[in-house]
Design a protein around this ligand. Structure first.
Ligand SMILES: Nc1ncnc2c1ncn2[C@@H]1O[C@H](COP(=O)(O)OP(=O)(O)OP(=O)(O)O)[C@@H](O)[C@H]1O
Ligand SMILES: [Mg+2]
Length: 332
């Protein structure tokens, strides 16, 4: 007979029918017991469609029947809430004092950097009224919605994404919700989405320093914040506000990122500071955190965002960002 550990190892790789994720990735294996030549397997029933259960039980039996000495296999499903099985090691929020500075872009690039390092990564788009994450990754909904949980939608490289845009009937529908409803959606994204096992969850916060980002910071146990800004006159004030908010919430600032820092003109081999002089170092001082990157205005990046191919982006400035990011992030 196999040991419990051997049964678990055999189970881990089993793909859940229809959703292309392993039992281990979804963290659905609750318990394994062995009595003589009988194996009892208990599986968490979360975010599984009804007809998935039968298929999954069949697959489990097929795999375990191949193990030496196993005569009988009993598979039981236990009702479980996604929040009780989600196992997320680090939650990083991307924040900016004001809108339109490239916060969603930095959130998406951050997720992409980590995924390229083979980490299990998710993105929670907490910008309920202006969600733009799915478009950058070129994904659309609806995601599988079961009675007891919702699965994120996977990007080309396997990043798990949840955004209100994936749940709306058409992508262009505007969301005009009031505060409490927005708060409720965030709670649902946190408690009812089956993220499974993740090394990093990147949270794209709503812009500004008003109620919306605050609500998210209160509801999700964020371990660190990345602040995004652009080189403009008002930046210093805006960054100071964001820093103040992070401190008030007792959240550590992992670093700051200057976006649209400059435009590189290859013909004359020169960097033009379109929005004004870079003040990255100064902002880093204000935040008492490292300057993780200075991303240029890059037409190629804008094009990839529009095409939904942000995961294909490569540039020197982005590589530098990835390196510095890996240096400051809490490890696995
Ligand atoms: N460095 C850049 N180079 C080229 N294009 C960029 C860059 N940064 C942002 N953009 C473009 O600007 C658009 C807006 O950026 P993004 O959605 O990330 O801003 P945001 O801060 O999240 O805005 P909001 O406050 O509305 O959420 C992107 O879709 C992208 O096309
Ligand atoms: Mg955004």
């Amino acid at each position: 007979m196999p040991t419990v550990a051997e049964v678990k190892t055999a189970l881990e790789a089993v793909l859940v029918p229809g959703v292309m994720r392993s039992l281990d990735k979804m963290n659905l294996i609750k318990d394994v017991g062995i009595e003589g030549d009988k194996v009892n397997v208990s599986i968490a029933n979360a975010a599984l469609m009804k007809d998935t259960q039968a298929g999954l039980a069949g697959k489990i039996k097929e795999i375990l029947a191949k193990l030496d000495g196993v005569k009988e296999i009993v598979v039981t499903f236990v009702e479980t809430k996604p929040k009780d099985i989600n196992q997320i090691k680090n939650i990083i929020a991307v924040m900016s004092g004001k809108g339109g500075v490239g916060k969603s872009l930095v959130a998406s690039l951050t997720a992409t950097s980590l995924r390229r390092q083979n980490y299990e990564v998710g993105v929670l788009d907490a910008d309920i009224t202006g969600p733009s994450i799915p478009k950058m990754f070129g994904i659309s909904g609806p995601p599988p919605i079961a009675e007891n949980g919702i699965l994120p939608v996977q990007t080309h490289s396997g990043i798990e994404v949840m955004s209100i845009n994936l749940l709306l009937p058409t992508e262009d529908d505007a969301v005009i919700w009031r505060g409490p409803l927005i708060g409720h959606t965030i709670t649902q994204f946190w408690e009812e989405v089956l993220w499974g096992k993740l090394d990093y969850l990147i949270v794209d916060l709503p812009p500004g320093t008003a109620d919306a980002p605050l609500t998210v910071l209160q509801q999700i146990p964020i371990s660190g914040i990345i602040i995004v800004f652009t080189p403009q006159d008002l930046t210093a004030m805006v960054v100071r506000k964001a820093v103040k908010m992070a401190r008030q919430m007792n959240k550590s600032i992992l670093g700051v990122v200057e976006n649209m820092s400059y435009l590189y003109i290859p013909e004359i081999k020169k960097k033009m500071e379109i929005f004004g002089k870079s003040n990255g170092e100064e902002m880093a001082k204000t935040a008492e955190a490292p300057l993780l990157g200075q991303l240029p205005i890059d037409p190629e990046l804008a094009k990839l965002c529009d095409e939904g191919n942000i995961e294909r982006y490569n540039s020197e400035a982005y590589n530098t960002y990835t390196q510095k990011l890996l240096d400051v992030l809490p490890k696995k």
